[in-house]
Design a protein around this ligand. Structure first.
Ligand SMILES: C[S@@+](CC[C@H](N)C(=O)[O-])C[C@H]1O[C@@H](n2cnc3c(N)ncnc32)[C@H](O)[C@@H]1O
Length: 272
């Protein structure tokens, strides 16, 4: 067993490490922004980490923030997550919707995952991913997803959990519009198929969050290839932390002269 495998939350050591890394992040957040909302968010983070999510506190706070930004910008569409594992990051987005008193629209949540773990990485994912791969890596459970939604008091009425491989599930749904697309699927082929099937459904100004952009080269290459192949201009990528990044879908070329949505983000956002 190598170091990457050992640090995975599929094993006890990984679970302890994820928890130990999360605590200082949460405390730092509370100290930087002492407020009632930060306390609420810290409580949520402690509920989901590490049992239900392997996403860092900083990236979870970013997701919470972006859901509320999508509401503030009045973006229409659903929230979609590709790569759910045990549901922690999805539940944080659900809580963000529920906590937002200004929100009047009901958003559907579409949660896609194999629930069999990651597929095998390909050449674009590099040797580090190929060497570390083992069957069942990041295998989530649907029961845990529903468990954490219930634990946080979130309604499951609007939540659709779709098990299966992305290449057979993403195009078999009737998602019409997407306000926020959270892609947490690590590998080139997985990220690329999400872009191919769902990017067109993201509304202008909608958020595309890439959990693994700086972690795995395949994720980065898939995003770059899609943008190049579709000649998409005006993508301004923002770094969240050592691993994640996000951008807002640019306006279509014929509307690019119109005012762009301007977003001011709080919390741990670092724009580079
Ligand atoms: C890093 S985990 C997701 C972590 C999760 N967002 C959290 O809160 O901890 C990656 C997930 O992507 C799923 N996945 C990756 N590629 C996939 C594919 N092609 N089809 C279906 N699921 C996939 C895996 O099953 C795994 O649960």
């Amino acid at each position: 067993m190598n170091l990457i495998q050992l640090r995975s939350p599929d094993f006890l050591i990984g679970k302890i490490l994820f928890f130990a890394k999360g605590l200082p992040e949460i405390l730092q957040f509370l100290m930087r922004q002492p407020s009632k909302q930060s306390l609420r968010l810290s409580w949520l983070l402690l509920q989901v980490k590490p049992k239900y999510t392997m996403v860092s506190a900083r990236r979870l706070i970013n997701l919470y923030d972006l859901v509320q930004q999508a509401n503030a910008l009045n973006l229409s569409g659903d929230i979609v997550e590709c790569g759910v594992w045990n549901g922690g990051s999805a539940a944080i987005m659900g809580a963000a919707c529920q906590d937002d008193e200004t929100q009047d629209k009901v958003r559907n949540f579409w949660l896609f995952d194999s629930f069999c773990g990651l597929p095998q990485p390909g050449v674009q994912d590099g040797k580090r991913a190929q060497d570390a791969y083992f069957e069942g890596w990041c295998q989530g459970e649907i029961e845990k997803v529903t468990q954490i939604f219930n634990q946080l008091g979130l309604s499951l009425g609007q939540v659709k959990i779709i098990p299966g491989w992305f290449d057979s599930t993403l195009n078999a749904t009737d998602i019409k519009k997407i306000a926020l697309l959270h892609i947490d699927a690590d590998w080139y082929a997985s990220v690329k198929v999400v872009f191919e099937e769902l990017y067109a459904k993201v509304v202008e100004g909608g958020f595309i969050v890439l959990d693994d952009y700086w972690t795995w080269p395949g994720c980065r290459a898939a995003v770059e290839d899609y943008i190049k192949e579709h000649q998409i201009e005006g993508v301004v990528l923002k770094r969240i932390d050592r691993h994640g990044a996000y951008f807002q879908k640019p306006l279509q070329p014929d509307r690019s002269q119109e005012a762009r949505c301007s977003v001011s983000l709080t919390g741990f956002q670092r724009k580079r």
